[in-house]
Write a protein that binds this ligand. Structure first.
Ligand SMILES: NC(=O)c1ccc[n+]([C@@H]2O[C@H](COP(=O)([O-])OP(=O)(O)OC[C@H]3O[C@@H](n4cnc5c(N)ncnc54)[C@H](OP(=O)(O)O)[C@@H]3O)[C@@H](O)[C@H]2O)c1
Length: 284
């Protein structure tokens, strides 16, 4: 008999994580299988949100790992009481209000939080076994990235559970908590920065007369293909960039203008600024 996972707050990000865990490929060993929950209970505030979760699950075929999902609302206490692992997916500003009535029932259980700005220390009043996650919206499609930090009390077997659950959203990276504000900027806000670059490439095509549809298709493929090239070659991006630069050619000319306009430092400083704001929000 496996464990029960309670998802307190199952909105946009919660549903992305729930879908990824529910649809995870069949475990290859018994050990791996026991790290998946037998049951997930999604607990929201109102009936309408609970129904959205039910509709989401009804749209899937059976879970490859036999995970059963229940969706409910207004019953956080009962749900937490039944569960051995708690996933917190509410908005950061309601964490206190949601968690205070649950303190006794959460205490001593593994608490996995995706709430931005909530540090391990600030969550440790609810449980000393805390895994703090920063993920991003591509998680909805299985292409997310999740940066994870654990409190010292999280055991090796609990870390294995967190890894098994959260790696289903995409890439799983463990880092010390001191890197979490940087991860919030790079991973959490990252998709918006990449979308700005995609939009710029796409609009360059439009400006030069390529229709919108084709500009978008080309810009997307250039980004996708470049990432694949970095992945498969294992080369540093600078090396690959110089391979595209013919002496006296078009690419180096374009890169020079981008350097003049401060594109690279603009991106670096922009991501850094997001991390500064993340650190400030965490102190509030
Ligand atoms: N969106 C992102 O890109 C992103 C990225 C990284 C991290 N995060 C983090 O993910 C967390 C969730 O964000 P989200 O975008 O998924 O928010 P969301 O869609 O608003 O989901 C929050 C959920 O919490 C539920 N909730 C509110 N009060 C509750 C209560 N008292 N008991 C149980 N459930 C309650 C809401 O249910 P009702 O609808 O019934 O009120 C809602 O389903 C945030 O802490 C955020 O920092 C988000």
């Amino acid at each position: 008999m496996g464990y029960t996972l309670a998802m307190i707050g199952c909105g946009v990000m919660g549903q992305a994580v729930l879908s990824a865990i529910y649809n995870a490929p069949k475990a290859e060993s018994l050990e791996e299988k026991t790290r998946f929950p037998a049951k997930i209970i999604a607990s929201n505030y109102d009936e309408e949100s609970a129904k959205l979760v039910t509709d989401l699950i009804n749209g899937f075929s059976e879970s490859p790992n036999g995970i059963v999902v229940e969706s409910t609302w207004g019953k956080n206490e009962e749900v937490v009481e039944e569960a051995q692992v708690i996933f917190l997916g509410v908005k950061p500003f309601v964490v206190n209000e949601v968690m205070e009535p649950l303190i006794e029932k959460v205490s001593g259980k593994l608490l996995i939080s995706i709430c931005a700005g909530w540090t391990i220390e600030s969550l440790s009043k609810y449980s000393n076994q805390v895994s703090r996650i920063m993920t991003n919206t591509p998680a909805k499609y299985g292409y997310g990235c999740a940066v994870v930090s654990h409190s010292p009390q999280v055991s090796i077997s609990q870390k294995q559970i967190v890894k098994q659950l959260i790696s289903q959203v995409g890439k799983y990276v463990e880092l010390p908590e001191k890197n979490m504000d940087a991860a919030t900027a790079l991973v959490g806000s990252g998709p918006a920065f990449v979308l700005l670059m995609l939009e710029s490439l796409m609009e360059s095509g439009i400006k030069m007369g390529i229709p919108l549809k084709e500009s978008k298709e080309c810009a997307m493929k250039v980004m996708e293909g470049t990432i694949k090239m970095v992945e498969e070659s294992g080369q540093h991006p600078s090396v690959l960039k110089h391979q595209v630069c013919t002496p006296g050619g078009t690419t180096i000319a374009g890169l020079c203008v981008m350097e003049d306009k401060g594109v690279k430092s603009g991106i670096i400083r922009g991501v850094e600024e997001a991390s500064i704001v993340s650190a400030k929000l965490g102190k509030k």
